[in-house]
Design a protein around this ligand. Structure first.
Ligand code: AMP
Length: 582
């Protein structure tokens, strides 16, 4: 398939907002591609050259893309930047210039998808002295071989502005439609996706080896596994009723780390599957030192620890080092401690189907504990009183609460279910748990706050069935000036003139923001609402958060698709009014 044909599909996708039509267009695209083109197509649809967890970047910002456009269309950078100011998008600039230069139809020797993909990868790999000129040169050559529409999409890729509005669930559905004409393969594809996190690999395997080939894909050291997540129940009684005799662990409020060890090579992935190894040098070193296995995958919660006061510090302190350049210094000043809580893989054996109790035992035996990697404290309880004893102990130690775990449960990648149940501390008059929301717009205010350009935030939760972000509340009060400034800084790159493709909202903010910035929100209550679209269904009203306030910025460990889901909101609504007994 030519890249120009792919660009035509991109432009159809970009104009479409109905989810079913998106799936149809994608399925048509996959049907037309050759099997060996499926992986490149899939990564390009995500605006990437590799799965998300491989930090491959093209390494060309706005100015270098502008240089390439100037060279390709024989003008200068200043002219390109002038047009960029007017059009607001480098892709549109390339398209306009391409049209003016008379390249309206695809030129004869138009490159294929794989050729473009491989060239972009080669550009990404260029490093060292003189590499900028090389990158610009290779990109210019590519651009010169493309028609205006293709040039538009090509220029958006290095700038991370492809934004076609297709999320991973939509691509999985399209794979199934392209192969069998309906959604029936979705569950099997999703299992492979949860265990490998690599849509390109799954597409490639499906086309080359069929669905049976996909069934053979399984967890592997180096590919992050989509994390298992916890459900909520309102009381210790409910937990024991649901799980029976169960294990109770401390709930540490830190940064979830999935550690992959292959001999001396260690990778650490965040909850949103990003490679964060560089941020945690002391944990990577300790893994080599403390883990008595050649290969292993385990999970734990990393917390900043202040040895002087013997105290754990909250999440924000833990992640502060992400924005600090001198990570090694931070590691000295504020060392992290990792509480390992689950084992997924060990010496070549996938242990996710081994019951929790045995996995935790094996984990405890695997780790030669010291001050960096420890094992989560766990106790088996049979009645609510014993569970509350552990809960109260956790609160006394300044932790968030507890996680109860079903003793015979497997590790189920990517699912939130009652294998794990969380019980958190809550003040009376507050929801028992925070809600992770994504910012979808600003509403300009009057008065003091408008000097920062923001008056209120419109935020949404995620509806995975429809791959949509649906509005749930406006947050207007309770943010400090500093927090407003941070909101603005974080949202700036995602401001959009039109409503972003995957957003559903009746309220129209002053400015839309592409779903990217995730915040943790605490509210007093969930109410039914005619103006918010979360959970709205035909005649049925939606759900809204009452008296919401910002607790923390969570983009460091949550993708927008990791936000609280509509289903969870409906469950939390049903559980309101119950509090864990003191
Ligand atoms: P939440 O993020 O509120 O849904 O709670 C689940 C999160 O708690 C997990 O994603 C982990 O990051 C964290 N966590 C803290 N302590 C534990 C533990 N002992 N077992 C499992 N998860 C834990």
């Amino acid at each position: 398939m030519l890249f120009s044909e792919l660009a035509t599909y991109f432009s159809r996708l970009e104009k479409e907002t109905s989810r079913n039509s998106l799936v149809e267009i994608l399925a048509e695209l996959f049907e037309h591609a050759l099997p060996e083109e499926i992986a490149s197509c899939t990564y390009l649809l995500q605006g990437r050259l590799a799965p998300f967890f491989q930090p491959i970047e093209i390494g060309m910002g706005v100015n270098y893309v502008a240089d390439a456009i100037a060279l390709a269309y024989q003008t200068d950078r200043a002219e390109v930047l002038r047009r960029f100011d007017r059009l607001g998008d480098m892709g549109e600039v390339a398209k306009e210039m391409g049209e003016e230069s008379g390249r309206a139809a695809p030129p004869e020797a138009s490159p294929g998808i794989v050729e473009v993909f491989e060239t972009l990868k080669r550009i990404a790999g260029m490093a060292g002295p003189g590499s900028i000129e090389q990158k610009v040169g290779a990109f210019t050559k590519l651009l010169s071989s493309l028609d205006p529409l293709s040039a538009n999409y090509l220029c958006r890729i290095p700038l991370g502005r492809l934004r076609l509005g297709v999320g991973d669930p939509t691509i999985l559905d399209a794979f199934s439609f392209a192969q069998v004409g309906d959604k029936s393969l979705r569950k099997r594809l999703e299992r492979a996706y949860n265990e490998t996190s690599d849509l390109g690999l799954i597409g490639d395997t499906l086309w080359q080896h069929g669905i049976e080939g996909v069934d053979c894909l399984s967890i592997r050291v180096g590919n992050p596994i989509r994390p298992a997540l916890a459900e909520r129940l309102p009381s210790a009684e409910d937990i024991l009723k649901k799980l029976g005799r169960c294990a109770v662990e401390m709930k540490y409020d830190g940064f979830r780390c999935q550690v992959h060890k292959d001999g001396e090579d260690v990778r650490i992935f965040s909850r949103n599957l990003e490679d964060m190894t560089g941020m945690f040098p002391e944990i990577a070193q300790a893994t080599v030192r403390q883990i008595a296995a050649d290969t292993a995958i385990f999970e734990g919660e990393a917390l900043a620890y202040n040895p002087a006061s013997d105290e754990f510090l909250p999440f924000q302190q833990t992640t502060r080092r992400r924005r600090k350049h001198k990570i090694d210094e931070a590691a000295q000043e504020l060392p992290l401690r990792l509480f390992a809580f689950d084992l997924l893989y060990m010496n070549g054996e996938n242990v996710t189907s081994v019951p929790y109790e045995e996995r935790h035992d094996r984990l405890a035996r695997l780790i030669q504990r010291d001050e960096t990697i420890d094992v989560s404290a766990t106790r088996i309880v049979e009645d609510p009183e014993a569970l509350m004893e552990v809960f109260n102990l956790a609160i006394q130690e300044g932790l968030e609460g507890i996680l109860a775990k079903r003793l015979d449960s497997p590790y189920q990648a990517g699912s939130r279910n009652f294998n794990w149940v969380k019980l958190k501390r809550a003040q009376s008059g507050e929801l028992q748990d925070t809600v992770d929301c994504v910012i979808i717009g600003y509403i300009y205010g009057r008065g003091k706050r408008s000097s920062f350009g923001v008056g209120a935030l419109l935020v949404a939760v995620y509806d995975p069935d429809r791959d949509l972000f649906t509005s749930i509340t406006k947050i207007g009060t309770g943010l400090t000036d500093e927090e407003w400034r941070e909101v603005r800084e974080r949202c700036e790159p995602y401001v959009s003139e039109d409503k972003p493709a995957r957003v559903e909202s009746i309220l129209k903010p002053s400015v839309w923001v592409e779903p990217a910035v995730v915040i943790e929100v605490l509210a007093d209550e969930i109410t039914r609402s005619p103006i918010h679209t979360a959970g709205m269904d035909g005649e049925k009203q939606g759900y809204a958060l009452r008296f919401p306030r910002l607790v923390s910025f969570r983009s460091d460990d949550r993708r927008p698709e990791d936000c609280t889901t509509v289903r969870e909101i409906v469950e939390m609504y049903g559980q309101q009014g119950f509090r864990p007994a003191k």
